[in-house]
Design a protein around this ligand. Structure first.
Ligand code: ADP
Ligand code: 5GP
Length: 202
């Protein structure tokens, strides 16, 4: 049994968490890849639920031990995806959903090739993104400004993704995400196709 990977990327504040949570009942069984980060937890965030929160040193030990499928420095902190739980979920035939940045998307696509379907999500405008980051009120002004500056670069990678979701209205964006997730499950990788052809010929 082989699963599939769905990467969701977009600027901080684009609505990635909101849309995944909102669509969760319409996308069947899936495994959400919990990332490891050196960023400090925000109020209400739980270790092992939102992220695995670790120190800089612990993260670098993980890098040395080859624990990460991919990792990157985003907004000045390390963020990474652990390899083992992803492989376990894939071998159980699950859809694995990643909320990772555009560098992570490039690395995962390079390593996992045709297992990957990807979507870029963004609010309709930069101004709206900024408004939502301030309304979310989880970060200081300097952190929000840094995220808005990064977003100006991140949007340039939009053409690297299979799909784009403009998160204007939450229900519409959630439906689009569910459609993409269900299509990601149906995407065949080359191993599966080879096996199918052999089976079909006999
Ligand atoms: P991300 O996970 O991409 O950083 P969030 O899901 O935390 O983004 O969303 C950022 C903020 O924007 C949250 O406060 C969320 O409630 C709000 N939000 C998300 N989608 C919309 C939308 N379509 N319209 C208005 N606000 C939204
Ligand atoms: P936040 O601090 O707002 O939770 O996340 C900041 C950025 O880091 C977002 O763009 C998010 O997608 C990205 N991110 C979260 N986890 C990972 C990860 O494991 N790898 C990479 N490359 N990016 C991640």
């Amino acid at each position: 049994m082989q699963g599939a990977i769905l990467v969701l990327s977009g600027p901080s504040g684009a609505g990635k968490s909101t849309i995944i949570n909102n669509a969760s009942e319409n996308i069947g069984e899936y495994y959400f890849s919990i990332s490891t980060t050196t960023r400090k937890p925000r109020e209400g965030e739980k270790n092992g639920v939102d992220y695995y929160f670790v120190t800089h040193e612990e993260f670098e030990e993980g890098i040395k031990a080859g624990e990460f499928l991919e990792y990157a420095t985003v907004h000045g902190n390390y963020y990474g995806t652990s390899l083992k739980p992803v492989n376990d979920a894939l071998s159980q035939g699950k859809l694995v959903i990643f909320d990772i940045d555009i560098q992570g998307h490039r690395l995962v696509r390079a390593k996992m090739g045709d297992f990957v379907t990807s979507a870029f999500i963004t609010p309709p405008t930069l101004r709206e993104l900024e408004k939502r980051l301030y309304a979310r009120a989880t970060d200081d002004t300097s952190i929000i400004e840094r995220r808005v500056e990064n977003a100006k670069e991140e949007i340039k990678a939009i053409g690297e993704f299979d799909f784009v979701i403009i998160n204007d209205e939450i229900p519409k964006a959630s439906n689009q995400f569910a459609t993409i997730a269900n299509a990601a499950r149906l995407k065949q990788n080359s191993d599966e196709l080879e096996n199918f052809v052999k089976f079909w010929q006999n």
